[in-house]
Ligand binder design. Structure first.
Ligand code: PGA
Length: 263
């Protein structure tokens, strides 16, 4: 008898090229950005297995785009506002991002939720704007430690996905990337085991399938983020449900990010 689940898995793997994204958070100046690329590009020369994206602070976007030009590495931002323009001091719009050469944007990172009042609703607004503008959004979801310990991980992921994807059609969402980022693993040195990550990814894909339809959900990439390092990248990346990584701390150093990319 034909094993359908194995066929589905195979199709999934073939459809989903891995994506490894660097989230630089609030680190590096334009000069440090150029230095990073000068060191990093020769280290990953010839690499084609995964798509790569670097997401520096806004002020470094131009330097990053310039330095990465011709390398195949995409440049992303760490946030975006949903309005096109207007009196919104401190905010940056999708078209402004695009004007720098930026193609990707992280949305709903837990640090934005924790320190800057980001909610599932504002994640949804940002996501709609990014998709409308043709950017590739990387939407972060994940539980805090108390939620995991209380057995609420699945509920939290379902709620975050449901609200983030509210009123978004499958057709619109073909560029969407999700990232499972357990908050307790971010910047703590604690990593989810591959099994924990796979379980969470399955939940996220199932919820996305309800909102966006099966086809879009089966092609959608789900990254893992939270203390990804050269030492643990391979065991995570070998899981076929894990379609790549969102790397914070370990992406700041060219050598360590290169060894993650080359896992
Ligand atoms: P970390 O951060 O790799 O430093 O844990 C991941 C992230 O915040 O995206």
């Amino acid at each position: 008898m034909r094993d359908l689940s194995a066929t589905n898995k195979l199709v999934g793997t073939m459809l989903r090229k891995k994506l490894i994204a660097a989230n630089w958070k609030m680190y590096k100046t334009p000069e440090q950005t150029r230095e990073f690329f000068r060191a990093f590009l020769p280290m990953i020369a010839g690499h084609e297995r995964s798509e790569l994206v670097v997401c520096p602070p806004y002020v470094d976007l131009h330097a990053a785009f310039d330095s990465a030009h011709g390398s195949g590495i995409a440049i992303g931002a760490q946030n975006v506002f949903w309005k096109e323009d207007g009196a919104y001091t401190g905010e940056v719009s999708c078209s402004m991002l695009k004007s720098t050469g930026c193609t990707h944007v992280i949305i709903g990172h837990s640090e934005r939720r924790q320190y800057f009042g980001e909610s599932d609703e504002t994640v949804n607004l940002r996501l709609k704007a990014a998709l409308h503008a043709g950017l590739t959004p990387i939407v972060c979801v994940g539980e805090v430690l108390e939620e995991r310990e209380a057995g609420l991980t699945e509920d939290v992921l379902r709620r975050q996905c449901l609200r983030a994807l509210d009123a978004i059609s499958g057709e619109r969402a073909h560029k969407l990337v999700m990232a499972y980022e357990p908050v307790w693993a971010i910047g703590t040195g604690k990593t989810a085991t591959p099994t924990m990550a796979v379980e969470a990814h399955i939940t996220i894909r199932a919820e996305a399938s309800k909102s966006l339809g099966k086809e879009v959900a089966s092609k959608m990439r789900i990254l893992y983020g939270g203390s990804v390092k050269p030492e643990n990248a391979k065991s995570l990346m070998l899981e076929e449900e894990i379609d790549g990584a969102l790397v914070g701390g370990a992406s700041l150093d060219a050598r360590s990010f290169a060894s993650i990319v080359m896992y």
